[in-house]
Design a binder for this molecule. Structure first.
Ligand code: NAG
Ligand code: NAG
Ligand code: NAG
Ligand code: NAG
Length: 357
């Protein structure tokens, strides 16, 4: 009896110690989560799903491959898409994170559609999930590229809408005319991509770095007489409060095209865009930027050009409210830490391999 009671007491003490110990360990763990994690310990071989329209893969369409990914997926899955033009609209829902969509070369694998009913419904490709990556693939909305030539009105027609956090693109192409790339929200990285359009063709509230990208202005489409009377607008950034962390940063990139363009116009009153160490061709209009609906409130807008070069980089005739950022502000924007908070990009082996493009 006595020893049994003692054992019960001892057991309770042990249980109590275990609980306290567990709590402490848990507490420690929680503080560790705030540190950037070393992902390589968690790395495992990529699961691959193959999309091949001729039937030799796992699926014939990209959407059916995405549909096969389990809800709340936790490990990276590569959806490899064989060469071809995929005439489909593709959507990655919010509950399917960790998808790498990989084409067989961006000149070979294209997702193409021509919707234009509303801005929100128009995207050929949309991604709502966190932790998405794409490489070697093209996203295209052909509506303004083909139908407008047949004299239909030009309207928003999005090629890709990126709404998830921690999304990255390597050697991808984006083709459209108006609103090509809806960089809607979240931390995004675009490396060695080609983005083409004429009006507001990179727009939204994304917190994004575009590195080594080619921005191609296709604004001759706006102005068939070739008089350069209708300049396009490259960016329409949507930051709407001075405390919002978002903004577009173009770094070590190149801007050229077949017609005139502004570097951007302010979609919201605290719009923020920086062109850094980027080559600007003579297509850039001398004033460079437009306040759009925010005349008289230009002081809120952060449009800046730092160390750019090329025939379009002369800032002497730019709008007077072009921002002069101090060195540390510029460095904070162009450093990868602007988007790579917590090490999701540079510390992850999946990205480390892809970053080398
Ligand atoms: C991450 O872990 C791997 C394997 O344990 C190790 O080789 C690597 O040095 C670590 N990296 C960092 C940045 O701690
Ligand atoms: C693209 O397709 C061509 C023709 O099929 C092929 O030769 C080439 O290797 C492909 N490109 C890539 C990057 O795979
Ligand atoms: C892809 O197409 C572009 C434009 O036509 C061309 O400049 C580029 O060299 C092509 N890339 C490859 C790998 O074939
Ligand atoms: C500027 O851009 C060029 C071309 O992309 C690159 O070679 C160079 O290293 C960049 N310089 C800096 C300071 O980032």
């Amino acid at each position: 009896m006595c020893s049994n009671k003692l054992r019960t007491v001892m057991n309770s003490v042990v249980l109590l110690l275990l609980l306290v110990g567990f709590g402490l360990v848990n507490g420690e763990d929680q503080s560790k989560w705030r540190e950037p994690r070393n992902h390589s310990r968690h790395h495992r071989p990529l699961k691959k799903i193959k999309v091949d329209p001729s039937g030799y893969g796992d699926f014939k369409t990209i959407q059916s491959a995405i549909d096969s990914v389990p809800s709340n997926n936790k490990h990276w899955i590569c959806i490899f898409v064989r060469s071809g033009v995929y005439r489909e609209k593709v959507m990655i829902p919010v509950d399917k994170p960790f998808i790498l969509l990989q084409g067989e070369g961006r000149n070979n694998t294209t997702i193409s559609w021509d919707d234009h009913t509303t801005l929100a419904e128009s995207p050929t490709f949309s991604s709502f999930a966190d932790n998405f990556a794409a490489r070697h693939i093209s996203f295209k909305n052909t509506y303004n590229l083909e139908e407008v030539k047949q004299k239909n009105p030009r309207v928003p027609a999005v090629a890709a809408l990126i709404a998830g956090d921690k999304s990255s693109f390597y050697k991808c192409n984006f083709f459209g005319l108006q609103d090509t790339l809806w960089d809607m929200e979240g931390r995004h990285y675009y490396k060695s991509c080609h983005i083409e359009g004429a009006v507001d063709f990179i727009f939204g509230m994304g917190q994004s770095i575009y590195e080594k990208c080619v921005i191609y202005v296709n604004s001759r489409m706006l102005d068939p007489n070739g008089k350069w009377e209708y300049p396009g607008y490259i960016t329409a950034q949507g930051r709407n409060s001075p405390t919002d962390s978002n903004g577009f940063v173009f770094k070590n990139s190149a801007v050229h095209g077949n017609g005139a363009a502004y570097l951007g116009r302010a979609w919201r009153d605290y719009s923020r865009v920086l062109f850094y160490n980027t080559s600007l061709s003579n297509i850039i209009v001398p004033q460079g930027w437009d306040a759009w609906n925010f005349d008289g409130h230009e002081y809120k807008i952060t449009f800046a050009e730092v160390n750019c070069y090329g025939l379009g980089s002369d800032t002497s005739s730019r709008v007077r409210w072009l921002k002069k950022l101090d060195h540390s502000t510029v460095m904070n924007l162009v450093d990868m830490s602007f988007i790579d908070i917590g090490g999701w990009l540079r510390r992850h082996p999946l990205h480390q391999n892809m970053l080398k493009v």
